[in-house]
Write a protein that binds this ligand. Structure first.
Ligand code: ZN
Length: 159
């Protein structure tokens, strides 16, 4: 079964900044499950998957604009320290900030007594990325998954 819109793909990936060491990999974990055609992953990677099938391996370069976008200046925000579960905040580290729109990956810039300055740019914003991907399986999405715009079950949402 080929990868196309409204199908669920499970895949393993390793992502690196072009020409550098891997930043993140799904190796040793469950594969990632996504619903194609609903903005679940960055556009450059979704496009590279189209038409492929289970068992295929490929590598692709994705420019920042088709990945996590370009870095925006002035995206620093001051937030109460209590929002963070991790008590040992250090400038430069990545942390997860809960927001009205769900958890968001941020970079800690400055740590005060009760407030923290964070950079809201995605940690991979502005980076040209390289992906190594292995397609594990492809299946039709259920009507409920298409309605919710995400995958249910293995590798997806449980609710
Ligand atoms: Zn759902």
């Amino acid at each position: 079964m080929k990868i196309e819109n409204d199908r669920v793909v499970r895949f393993h990936y390793t992502v690196s900044e072009q020409g550098q060491e891997p930043l993140e990999t799904s190796e040793g974990r469950e594969p990632l499950a996504i619903l194609i055609g609903h903005g679940n992953i960055i556009p450059g990677l979704e496009k590279a998957m189209e038409g492929r099938e289970a068992g295929e391996k490929f590598e692709v370069d994705v420019a920042a604009a088709d990945a996590y976008g370009v870095r925006q200046e002035g995206l620093t925000q001051r937030v109460p320290k209590k929002y963070f579960k991790d008590a040992r905040l250090v400038p430069g580290m990545q942390a997860v900030l809960p927001t009205n729109f769900g958890p968001r990956a941020v970079t800690i810039e400055k740590v005060g007594m009760s407030v923290v300055d964070v950079d809201l740019n995605h940690p991979m914003a502005g980076k040209d990325l390289h992906f190594a991907v292995e397609i594990v399986d492809v299946r039709e999405a259920t009507p409920e998954e298409i309605e919710h715009k995400h995958v249910h079950g293995d590798g997806g949402h449980h609710h």
